[in-house]
Design a protein around this ligand. Structure first.
Ligand code: DQA
Length: 143
């Protein structure tokens, strides 16, 4: 089993974002941590990031075609991209939505996820550990 860990817009600039919300990490730190979590759980992963809605949709299409399980942080697209929601809905393999922060404890516009209704589950609020928890959950989903 190979899991695609997919990250959306602005996450590549994590080191420049609100430290009180996201912690003091760069995107390279995030990648390193996620690779470490996957190793510890003995699962193969591929990590990708894009700021582009089009590219994220294309990556989801290819995950759908190849039945690849996805751990997905859609970032701000979470809150309004019906196009990404429709792409997620096409997946035949499990998909878990992750967030570093807890969107429900933040601004009101973050309380809506248009993605949550078409995923197996959502994990948010645990910093980079959200990805570790998602990888563990995914292992059980694909068993
Ligand atoms: C985020 C939460 C979103 O509301 C925000 O737009 C992000 C990151 C998170 O990981 O906490 O870019 O998905």
């Amino acid at each position: 089993m190979k899991i695609l860990v997919l990250n959306g817009p602005n996450l590549a600039r994590l080191d420049l974002r609100e430290k009180s919300v996201y912690g003091d990490y760069s995107y390279a730190d995030l990648e390193k941590a996620v690779i470490g979590f996957a190793k510890a759980e003995n699962v193969e992963i591929e990590i990708k990031q894009s700021d582009s809605e089009t590219e994220l949709i294309q990556l989801l299409h290819s995950a759908a075609d190849n039945k690849v399980p996805v751990v997905f942080n859609p970032a701000a697209f979470t809150h309004y991209s019906y196009a990404i929601r429709d792409a997620v809905a096409m997946l035949k393999s499990p998909i878990i939505e992750v967030h570093i922060s807890n969107p429900l404890s933040r601004e009101e516009f973050r309380h809506t996820s248009v993605i949550s209704g078409v995923v197996n589950g959502t994990i948010g609020g645990f910093g980079l550990d959200s990805y570790r928890l998602a990888i563990i959950a995914m292992k059980n989903l694909v068993k």
